[in-house]
Design a protein. Structure first.
Length: 77
């Protein structure tokens, strides 16, 4: 059986932030509204695949479905 660890961090600064991104197996941005979502760029720069709300501008600019991540509608359960 696989064990999944989910960490809800809230805001993180400095070196701890980069360590968290680098150790992440995946990064999820579940926003209902987000102009861009710089955290997606940061996570991707550290090599983490992303799952991004389609309400975040960064989804439309950065995510290539199935290649570097996936998008989802945060209003559709």
């Amino acid at each position: 059986m696989n064990i999944i660890h989910i960490l809800f961090t809230g805001h993180i600064d400095g070196d701890i932030k980069w360590s968290a991104y680098k150790s992440a197996e995946i990064f999820v941005l579940p926003s209902y509204t987000e102009n861009f979502g710089m955290s997606v760029v940061e996570a991707m720069s550290c090599g983490a695949p992303v799952i991004v709300s389609k309400r975040a501008g960064s989804y439309w600019d950065l995510v290539k479905e199935g290649e570097n991540g996936f998008g989802f509608d945060p209003y559709n359960q």
